[in-house]
Design a protein around this ligand. Structure first.
Ligand SMILES: C[S@@+](CC[C@H](N)C(=O)[O-])C[C@H]1O[C@@H](n2cnc3c(N)ncnc32)[C@H](O)[C@@H]1O
Length: 270
């Protein structure tokens, strides 16, 4: 099985996605979406951004490598009675059956960054965008002091080194890499712009319980705990993550969690 697919089918990302809905909606509100706009949401998960895009009247296709998240997205669409959004399985490294220049906007929020072969991913996103359209990516930033980069940094210390040739998803959070990948896909440098923005994880329980959610349902953290357990270090990993989540928590109400995380928003005018 494709290890990229296996990683994200492990656990249940919908549990983490539920903590990110408000930020997803706020981000979509900034994208200038108009009625009838054709939007591809790539690495869509269960639709944290795809569903708000559809609510603004876009014709949305969500593509994700996992069957479980595509099914979860389609269930949400049905429950919400939305007719202008659907989800299907696909791989950001090869969007095969999607036609050239068929979308006005390609959105990928913490999605395509997790696919291997980043040059192929940039090429595919540009290929399916119509001339005059846009690609918008949200990418976590390596070594950033806020939550997600720190989760990945702490987890890496408990995990065996990745295989030779592995390109970290976090490289998508470095502007020079992003420029290199999109210019290789034929985009001029001055068409690529960057903004740093904030996502917020909102959870109605304590920071420690949010660590447990990540441990139980978020594929990359589950793998880190599996590796740590092999060395008898699962408790150490839990304590380090718990300290991080407690330190980052900005919620004023006891028993609730609100943690900001900085990301790099990339806009490519195609
Ligand atoms: C952190 S989640 C973000 C999901 C969603 N964009 C959101 O904001 O909730 C990463 C998503 O990227 C998807 N993904 C990872 N590699 C992919 C690939 N090669 N092609 C398509 N989707 C991929 C995962 O299955 C997962 O749904």
């Amino acid at each position: 099985m494709n290890p990229n697919k296996a990683l994200w089918e492990k656990g249940d990302f919908t549990r983490i996605a539920q903590t990110m809905r408000e930020s997803g909606e706020a981000l979509v509100a900034k994208l200038g979406i108009t009625k009838g706009m054709k939007v591809l949401d790539l690495g869509c998960g269960d639709g944290t951004t795809a569903i708000p895009e559809a609510r603004l009247g876009a014709e949305v296709l969500g593509v994700d490598i996992t069957k479980n998240l595509v099914d979860a997205g389609n269930r949400r669409v049905k429950e919400l009675n939305l007719t202008n959004v659907r989800f299907q399985e696909g791989d950001a490294t090869n969007l095969g059956d999607l036609k050239d220049q068929s979308f006005d906007l390609v959105v990928s929020i913490f999605g395509a960054m997790f696919a291997p072969k980043p040059f192929d991913v940039a090429k595919e996103m540009v290929r399916v965008t119509r001339r005059g359209g846009r690609v918008v990516m949200g990418n976590w930033i390596p070594n950033d002091p806020t939550l997600v980069a720190q989760i990945l940094k702490i987890s890496a210390a408990y995990t065996p080194p990745p295989p030779e040739g592995f390109i970290s998803p976090m490289t998508w959070g470095v502007e020079t890499n992003v420029i290199e990948r999109f210019t290789a896909a034929g985009v001029a440098r001055d068409k690529i712009s960057f903004v740093r923005d904030t996502y917020r994880f909102e959870f109605a329980h304590t920071p420690s319980e949010l660590v447990t959610e990540f441990r139980s349902y978020y594929g990359p953290t589950m793998n880190a705990f599996d590796a740590a357990a092999k060395n008898g270090k699962a408790t150490d990993l839990f304590r380090e993550l718990e300290a991080l989540f407690l330190r980052c928590n900005e919620s004023r109400s006891a028993g609730a969690t609100s943690i900001p995380a900085t990301y790099l928003r990339v806009t490519v005018a195609v």
